[in-house]
Design a protein around this ligand. Sequence first.
Ligand code: CP3
Length: 357
Amino acid sequence: METQSTEQPLLVRACRHEVLERPPIWFMRQAGRYMPEYRALREKHSFLDCCKNIDLATEISLQPYKAFGMDAVIMFCDILIPPEAMGMKLGFGDKGPYFESAIRTQADVDALSIPDPMDDMGFVMNLLSGLRRELTNDPETALIGFAGCPWTLASYMIEGGVSKNFAHLRCMMYDNPALLHQLLDKLTQTVTAYLKAQIEAGAQVVQLFDTWGGILDLAGYREFIQPYHQKIIRSLKETSQEQAPVVLYVNGSAHLLEAMAEVQPDVISVDWLTTIPEARKRLGSEMVLQGNLDPIALLTRPEVLEAMVRDLITQGGNQNYIFNVGHGLIPSTPVEHVRLAVDTVKSWNKHLATSAV
Ligand code: CP3
């Protein structure tokens, strides 16, 4: 497992347990409103146009990589594209995403189709293959695809948009669990085919986002989330020849980490409520961990940020570790602080040398 394969991106080599010269770094939500280049494009184009127009999506995906030199490019898209392809009408307003009508009844679930990834979401695959071409001369940088997990997608579909307490979702879970399972099953089929298509199109790593997984207790996770994580991951491992590593991210996962490890993702992405040493203790030192800088650390004074980044690299080290935030970057993040964090991680050996003096 520890053979050196220099033509592989640093991120992929980290997923394969290699000992590296330094940990790879990328950020969840590394593209977006904190970047002036992104805001300039958004003045002229809607968010959904930015996702669906291949030239815009390519440019936005590459903006953080070109500005800061992260070790990965994550395709610019949104987790709610698959529900749209299943037949829902998706919009983005001031308060975030919304659907014109929500999923509440058996008839609503029955009306959802299982999309064909190429026919119904072909722009995503075209984006990925185009991005791979852009990265031909930089084989050390990885291309990341992603999907939302069934539970998180179901939360937006049942609530009709962003929610504080997920009342409709949780009522369906208690009143009619069979209907919720039918929806989760349809989403699992959709997400599995979508991720397979992304890998075929050129994604070298795929990340599963379960942003709202942490609202359930362990028993709830085992019933409504874990079986679907398991199905998706198993199916990806069975089909792809050289398996693209799968990263599993659940926000608010402190009580779920061991159960997440049972579905055997290649990487577990931890939020900032669990430290890297604690996650290692609980999951074993062989599990590759990603995370977990508090994104608010990027809003602090540069000296404070740099010290936090250094602490985290020291905890994570150069094996079985990927530097990232514990949840996405927020719009008020100063660009210079993103640069500082990337530069600090990239000069890891230097820090080791100076801290040893
Ligand atoms: O990481 C990247 O750079 C890739 C882009 C990306 C976006 N959304 C772009 C986006 C990714 C990976 C996502 C995933 C996503 N989308 C998640 C899971 C990750 C997480 O943050 O927990 C979720 C829950 C969504 C759904 C979503 N999309 C919400 C709740 C919102 C509104 C909140 C917000 O941050 O504005 C969006 C909009 C969205 N998705 C924006 C971006 C850049 C902002 C849109 C704008 O420009 O106005």
